[in-house]
Structures are given as C-alpha cells and as structure tokens.
Design a protein around this ligand. Structure first.
Ligand code: IDC
Length: 342
C-alpha cells in the first residue's frame, strides 16, 4: 500500500520533471515520444513578427550560446551539446565565431568548431545558429567578402538541413556604423549570397548599436526577402525598461525579433548576476514569444558564464551541480521549466 502511494506520487512527478508542471510540450528539446525539436517543428518560417514551425504554429526557441570559439571551442562538440540538449533541454545552440581577437580572420581553422557544432546539432535534432561574430571590428562591411565566402560555403554544405540558422552580423557598433549606411547594405549582400544557395532557412540580421536599435531597423526593414529576423541583445545588469520599450516599438512596427544573445550579468559579461532583472526580461520574451539564446558556455570565471572557473577543462559535459555557476544553475532551471516565468 505504502509503495503504491509512493508510486502514485513520485512517478508522475518524475515524468513531469523535464516538462515542468503543465508546461507545453513545445518547450521540450525531445518530447515524450522521443521526437526531437527539429522532427516536430521542421523547416522554420517567419510569419509577421512570429517565428513559426513548418506547419505555421508560433513558437519560442530557447538555448545556449558557445563562448568565443577561439577560447571555448572545446565545448563545441557532440558530448557537450548533447548534454545541453538532454540535461538542460536546449532546443538551439549558437556557435559564436569571432572574426578578430584571435577569431576566424586571423585564425581560419576556427571554422572547424562551427562545423563540429553544425554536425552535432544535425545528429541531435536541434537548431544551430551560425554566428558571424562582428564585434571589435565594428563595421560588418570590413569583412563582407569573407562573410559571403563563408556563408556561401556553409549554405552549400548544410543549407538543405532545416537545423541551420544564419546569424550574419552579431553586433555592429560605432557612431559611424549606421543601419542605412553600412548594416543594411551588408545584410542585403550577404542575404543575396545565402539565398542563391539556400532559399528558406532563417537568416538573422544584427542591428545598430550592439544589436540594440531594433527600432531603427524597424523603420526601414529589408524588403522582398522571406524568413528574415532581427537581433536584439541585452545584459540584465545593464539594460532594462528602456530597451524593452525599443523592442516593443519595433514589434509594433512589425519587426520579427530573435534574441540571439543575452546575459544575466552586466554588458561586460561580468559585474554580478542579476536574476530578478533577468526574470523580468524572460517574462517579456515569453509574452512576445521571442526566441532566446543565453551567453555563454565558458569556465573562464566571468559571471555570465554557466560553468565555475576551471570546471570541465576538457569539454566533456555531464556537469554536476558544483560545476555550475550561479548563472548556470539559474539558466538550466529556466530551460528545464523548473522556474516559473510569469
Ligand atoms: C565577451 C566575453 C568576454 C570576452 C569579450 C571579448 O564575455 O569574456 O573577453 O567578449 O570581446 C557582447 C558580445 C560578446 C561579449 C559579451 C560580454 O556579443 O562577444 O562577450 N557581450 O561582454 N555584447 C554585449 C555583451
């Protein structure tokens, strides 16, 4: 009798552990029948401001970003990404390929880390964002020729897989780097190159001012192309209501937004962990069904990183609670639907 009661109580709790209390199955990386998110959602499409499944149902994807692949590329493998899918319930992985600071332009072999990420994501049935991580190089036109060459190659090799999401310009920045002057012309050129090979996978475009000025892009969006979204980035310790207002303005103007990077820390990647402020943001993203990816998988010891200093030095996954930072424990719980986001 006692065992029976325990069975009645514990089993359903165990079964619901990943799906959270009453959480919709659409938030699962793998559903109860063993179907992966890509099995279920298929070829993504954009309708109005919403990211939708192949069948046209609005969805919100959630997942993790790599850290700079030149520093933390050891996590861009099937063991770690598989662990993140099965234990953290990620539906999307972002491969952040810096251009400078030891990135692709200076060190082209870094591309292998992107390839490893893509191959793992295809095997695991999750989506993968191929991130051309414009940052200290500011103006995306500086390496436009390289970007076209790179994305053409990725599209030729992998464009037929629905898993692929192209992020063509992480964070354009600098006073002289404007939407109309540099970013939009760059985006149109790169989108043209990708579309001549891959007609339909999602392409995400960076916005001015470190991907914050989505309202500016919304006044002059890219025309005549389908399945385009725009990036909004925020760091909970630095950005708040003012940036959410910008996002709302852009949404009102019809701009589809994908948060390809956000952190629980301040904009430096450190400076504390701001969980209450993060929850306000997560609630905002949920309300608008905006997909998001959290920065980042690193053990360098900065607060936005999900691992504590020096944990998992070999990139094997199978992390214990003690391997996780404060941010890591929080994000894992959010992804597993164990923290209720209103
Ligand atoms: C940061 C890393 C940090 C690294 C730095 C190098 O967290 O360890 O030293 O890059 O430039 C972004 C960028 C992202 C930044 C992150 C935090 O897209 O590359 O990573 N951030 O500063 N935009 C806003 C914040």
């Amino acid at each position: 009798m006692k065992i029976r009661i325990i069975g009645f109580v514990i089993l359903p709790v165990l079964m619901m552990s990943l799906s959270g209390c009453g959480t919709d199955e659409k938030f699962l990386a793998v559903d109860k029948k063993g179907k992966t998110v890509v099995d279920r959602f298929g070829q993504l499409q954009v309708n109005g401001t919403k990211l939708c499944t192949e069948a046209g149902k609005p969805i919100q994807l959630r997942g993790m970003s790599s850290h700079g692949l030149q520093w933390a590329g050891k996590y861009a493998n099937e063991d770690v990404i598989g662990w993140l899918r099965d234990d953290w319930n990620i539906q999307v992985w972002r491969a952040a390929m810096y251009l400078t600071q030891g990135g692709y332009i200076e060190n082209p072999v870094i591309k292998e880390k992107v390839i490893n990420s893509i191959e793992a994501a295809i095997k695991l049935g999750i989506y993968v964002i191929v991130d051309w991580h414009v940052l200290s190089d500011k103006n995306p036109q500086v390496y436009q020729t390289k970007a076209i060459e790179f994305f053409t190659d990725i599209a030729q090799k992998y464009g037929s897989y629905p898993n692929i999401i192209y992020e063509i310009c992480n964070e354009p920045n600098g006073k002289d780097v404007t939407w109309a002057g540099q970013i939009k012309p760059y985006a149109e050129a790169v989108i043209g190159a990708i579309r001549s090979v891959d007609p339909d996978n999602l392409i995400i475009v960076g916005t001015p001012n470190w991907s914050q000025d989505v309202d500016v892009a919304a006044l002059d969006p890219i025309k005549g192309e389908k399945n385009i979204m725009y990036t909004l980035h925020f760091y909970a310790g630095t950005h708040g209501e003012e940036l959410r207002k910008k996002a709302e303005k852009a949404l009102d103007l019809g701009l589809p937004i994908f948060v390809t990077e956000w952190g629980t820390s301040d904009a430096s990647g450190g400076g504390g962990v701001y969980l209450d402020k993060s929850k306000i943001w997560l609630s905002f993203l949920k309300k608008h069904q905006i997909s998001w990816v959290n920065w980042s998988v690193t053990n360098k010891g900065e607060e936005s990183g999900v691992l504590v200093y020096n944990a998992d030095r070999e990139g094997k996954g199978h992390w214990k609670e003690t391997d996780l930072s404060e941010s890591g424990r929080f994000i894992r719980q959010v992804l597993r639907n164990e923290i209720r986001i209103p």
